[in-house]
Design a protein around this ligand. Structure first.
Ligand code: GLU
Ligand code: ZN
Length: 299
């Protein structure tokens, strides 16, 4: 139970496609501060549903880094690799209600569409199941999804601009959108704090939650950290792993990326004192409406 008996369950949900880098540390800290500031629970969920993109040992390295940075989670870590059955059950429920359809489109056919699927296979298969490899897409109604983001403000997205999205990929892997909704619901997550790069996933998730009769969490999308060359810090851009030997300077820099401005003396304190300072001073005010936060250097 969070502050004033308001339930608060937050989470950090990294994909183990590499070790924790500065951008993901900032996302972890934001969700941690928000949960702790509300006296809520803070969970860690390992989104390991894409084995070809997961170097061996990356999940352990992420957990080790969180631990060394003093970010101690509640309950056990939930690994999505063990949740196949729940994802299948959700797909079966959607199929039963005819909200899913098979898609056999090739990558080539979908090239140049910017990830917005125009519904080619919508009425092709009817009740038949194709014998060739196929993905499964959610049939999206022609409607607009509105939500109030705690940082980015009022948002509206037309589902037709996003397209019928994949819930299961042609290679048999479950899609992020499906797994994230099933598990946020399973874990009772009430508040999601994550990077603004996921803002346009939120209308998809809100829609999928309503199709599965799930509660909607409240969302806050924090600005992403960009370097002076304007590039988002990410594994794709080969952002370096955060150092494990001396967390404090990196922790303080991550505070700055979140609009917190501690006095230099804080760096001399223990990690738990540094984090406690962050929880006490946590506020979304300095982040309001911002999509990116420019850092001149990460080291
Ligand atoms: N696993 C996703 C990622 O690392 C984040 C999921 C989420 O916070 O919803 O980008
Ligand atoms: Zn198709």
């Amino acid at each position: 139970m969070g502050k004033n008996n308001q339930p608060y369950i937050g989470r950090f949900a990294p994909s183990p496609s590499g070790p924790l880098h500065f951008g993901s540390l900032v996302a972890a800290l934001a969700s941690y501060f928000d949960a702790r500031a509300y006296d809520g629970e803070w969970l860690v969920r390992m989104e390991d549903i894409d084995p070809p993109r997961e170097p061996p040992g990356a999940a352990d390295l992420i957990l080790q880094a969180l631990d060394l940075y003093g970010l101690h989670w509640d309950r056990d870590v939930l690994f999505q690799s063990g949740r196949q059955e729940a994802y299948n059950d959700a797909l079966a429920a959607l199929r039963h209600e005819q909200k899913l359809y098979p898609c056999t489109c090739t990558r080539k056919k979908l090239a140049g569409l910017n990830g917005v699927y125009p519904g080619y296979c919508r009425n092709v298969w009817q009740d038949a199941i194709p014998t060739q490899p196929h993905g499964l897409r959610l049939l999206c109604q022609d409607m607009t999804i509105h939500f109030a983001d705690r940082i980015q403000g009022a948002q509206s997205y037309k589902l037709t601009d996003l397209g019928d999205f994949l819930l299961k990929r042609k290679d048999g892997l479950y899609a992020y959108q499906l797994a994230v909704c099933v598990d946020d619901c399973f874990q009772g997550v009430t508040h999601i704090v994550r990077g603004v790069d996921l803002l346009d996933s939120t209308p998809r998730q809100l829609y999928l939650q309503s199709q599965l009769a799930m509660e909607h969490p409240v969302y806050a999308h924090i600005p992403v950290v960009t370097l002076s060359d304007g590039n988002k810090l990410s594994k794709q851009n080969h952002a370096p792993a955060i150092p494990l030997d001396n967390p404090r300077p990196t922790l303080i820099r991550a505070f700055r990326a979140l609009g917190l401005d501690p006095a230099p003396e804080l760096q001399a304190c223990s990690i738990s004192e540094i984090l406690a300072w962050g929880v006490r001073h946590w506020s979304l005010d300095n982040l309001m409406g911002r999509k990116e936060r420019l850092l001149t250097s990460i080291d």
